[in-house]
Design a protein around this ligand. Structure first.
Ligand code: IMP
Length: 208
């Protein structure tokens, strides 16, 4: 029997490395979109993280003939009715600008939107949805969340995206002040990957 093969529906080297690490003792061969350069990026047009992850995973599974894993993530701010949500990467987007917004544009807009919101109402969480799809359309979901509070001003130099303004009460620090060692234990992505990993023994036959 051939070794099970899984395709990560991403070209992001960091995400591929993370999954490679998780799969290293499982006998599963990991491919990624780097092995299928002709495949286009699936546009993220869904209303939820789960829809976006599922659409990406299904498209790649059908196109490659292998089970595929895809993720979608972002920041949910309670006082803003869930925004920026699935629009996290383009929250401060300006249709007239030649480039997508920089991380700092996005978190600066967030701080402006929350300027009048009191500390106890600044709760937020990061979400990561992972979807595992098979070429025949079967689908499994895994979700991770990380709770925090939107700070009044940025702190810290590490991480990316909204990390400088995401205060983690348990550590009394922003995500950008916590090193990768802590972040990779508590993050939404780490938790979704842990949920996937916990199911791997049960999934092994389906992945073969
Ligand atoms: P994607 O799932 O890689 O498309 O990420 C969507 C967007 O969500 C990113 O561009 C960031 O703005 C935000 N985001 C996702 N994960 C994180 C994180 O760990 N820290 C900070 N921002 C994040």
């Amino acid at each position: 029997m051939a070794a099970p093969t899984l395709v990560m529906a991403s070209r992001n080297a960091g995400k591929i490395r993370e999954l490679q690490e998780i799969l290293k003792d499982t006998g599963i061969t990991l491919l990624s979109l780097a092995n299928f350069p002709e495949l286009p990026e699936t546009p993220e047009v869904g209303a939820t993280f789960a829809e976006n992850a599922a659409a990406k995973a299904l498209e790649v599974a059908k196109a490659t003939g292998y089970p595929a894993l895809a993720d979608d993530s972002g920041l949910v701010v309670e006082a803003l009715g869930g925004a920026p949500g699935v629009y996290s990467a383009r929250y401060a987007a300006d249709v007239t600008a030649p480039r997508p917004p920089a991380d700092a544009d996005n978190w600066q807009k967030l701080l402006r939107e929350l300027a009048a919101v009191r500390p106890e109402a600044r709760g937020a969480h990061f979400v990561c949805e992972l979807a595992l799809a098979w070429p025949d359309g079967r689908l499994r979901r895994f979700r991770g969340e990380c709770q925090g509070v939107i700070a009044r001003e940025p702190r810290g130099e590490q991480g990316f995206g909204y990390d400088p303004v995401f205060w983690v009460p348990e550590y009394q620090a922003t995500m950008a002040e916590l090193g990768p060692e802590v972040k990779n234990r508590i993050s939404h992505r780490a938790r979704a990957l842990a949920a996937f990993k916990a199911q791997l023994p049960a999934l092994k036959d389906e992945l073969a």
